[in-house]
Design a protein around this ligand. Structure first.
Ligand code: MG
Length: 384
């Protein structure tokens, strides 16, 4: 494999080449006009789980406002950032786009509050991890093809979707798919650069859009954000060029400059890491340490921003209050369906593994469907 010439112009020797994909779990003829990864992306866009992302919470619950990010717009922003970095690095843009659009498919309603609550409910039944659930959605839960469950995506796309995985789950996955997508968690090797890039694009996207949504919601102020070196640098630059600029436009221009600089920083730092490790093939990528990275100063500033958002936005009393209610909704739904599985859609109700069926059913819900179901089953109106 080491010295294969990439079949796509502009694709570096260390990029994933669809012509040398490790393939799909169920053999299918190749598409006449699309590469394997383009086809994966198309399957993801047409999936049911993808359409549900529009009504799933990122940070702010769906009903709190029409302009906040949802999982769908977040995923589109990750794809945009990822593709633009991929192009500059000679990586496979189609693969990056497919992974980015699928990376949050397994998220529960109500964001992390929903995921934590479901994980607690499933503590005695194998737990719940949203990355693993994203893989489950594309491998098992989508029902769109006559001959197999799931979307039958390429190995490389599935590998990128399974961003984290506990050792216990990796062992379980590996038993069903020896040397498959979970192998790297057991032998501590790295995924493709495209997968690594999506991880970082995810972080860059949510740090930036959570500032925007935080200010829009009134929970954060620009003056509060000035305490952050990363934000203040670009705000200062902007004000120097446009002294009269205020309010939203000042905020947007500050975020825009921050995003651009982070993208250029990743491209430069990653090029350097690739050169330093003498990376010339995908095999070397897998054996090397993680190569897609920020420079050291940018990484530290990005962590500072993350800590700030955690303390001031994700832990804001107003966010915490809705978070608590969201946890209750998920717990109540879980109990109700375990007690009466027939309250679920028939194909979930029929399954023998009741707890996992309930977790899959709840994880697939949009915020508003979960709220409606909660009201139907408990008679109580929460988060309406
Ligand atoms: Mg994400």
């Amino acid at each position: 494999m080491t010295h294969l010439t990439p079949t796509h112009p502009g694709l570096a020797a260390y990029a994933c080449d669809p012509a040398h994909s490790r393939g799909r779990r169920h053999a299918e003829p190749e598409a006449p006009t699309r590469s394997a990864f383009q086809r994966d992306r198309d399957r993801i866009v047409h999936s049911t789980a993808f359409r549900r992302l529009v009504y799933k919470t990122q940070v702010f619950l769906n009903h709190e406002g029409d302009l906040f990010r949802t999982r769908l717009t977040h995923s589109l922003e990750v794809a945009q950032l990822g593709r633009s970095m991929a192009r500059a690095l000679g990586l496979n843009e189609d693969l990056v786009e497919a992974i980015a659009l699928a990376h949050d498919l397994g998220h529960t309603p109500f964001g992390h509050a929903g995921q934590d609550a479901l994980n607690e409910c499933m503590a005695e039944h194998g737990g719940f991890e949203h990355n693993l659930q994203s893989l489950r959605v594309v491998d098992e839960l989508e029902e769109r093809y006559p001959a197999f469950n799931g979307l039958n995506l390429s190995f490389e796309t599935r590998e990128g979707i399974l961003k984290h995985c506990s050792r216990r789950n990796a062992e379980r996955l590996n038993a069903g798919e020896p040397k498959g997508v979970a192998q790297r968690f057991l032998d501590n090797t790295r995924p493709s650069l495209e997968a690594q890039l999506c991880n970082l694009a995810d972080e860059i996207a949510y740090n930036a859009h959570d500032i925007d949504d935080g200010v829009r919601s009134g929970l954060l102020s620009l003056s509060q954000l000035q305490a952050l070196e990363l934000v203040e640098r670009y705000r200062h630059q902007t004000v120097r060029e446009y002294p009269a600029l205020q309010g939203r436009r000042l905020l947007y221009e500050t975020i825009r400059r921050m995003l651009s600089d982070q993208v250029y920083d990743v491209i430069d730092a990653t090029r350097l890491a690739i050169a330093q490790h003498g990376v010339h093939s995908l095999e070397v990528v897998r054996a090397a340490p993680a190569l897609v990275c920020f420079s050291t100063p940018m990484r530290e500033q990005s962590h500072e921003l993350k800590r700030f958002l955690f303390a001031n936005l994700y832990r804001h009393p107003q966010v915490m209050q809705t978070t608590e209610q969201a946890r209750d909704v998920v717990r109540d739904l879980f109990e109700a369906y375990v007690r009466s599985p027939h309250e679920m859609q028939a194909d979930f109700a029929r399954r023998a593994d009741t707890h996992r069926a309930v977790a899959d059913y709840i994880a697939g819900m949009t915020d508003r469907f979960a709220v409606r179901e909660h009201e139907r089953l408990t008679g109580r109106q929460v988060l309406a």
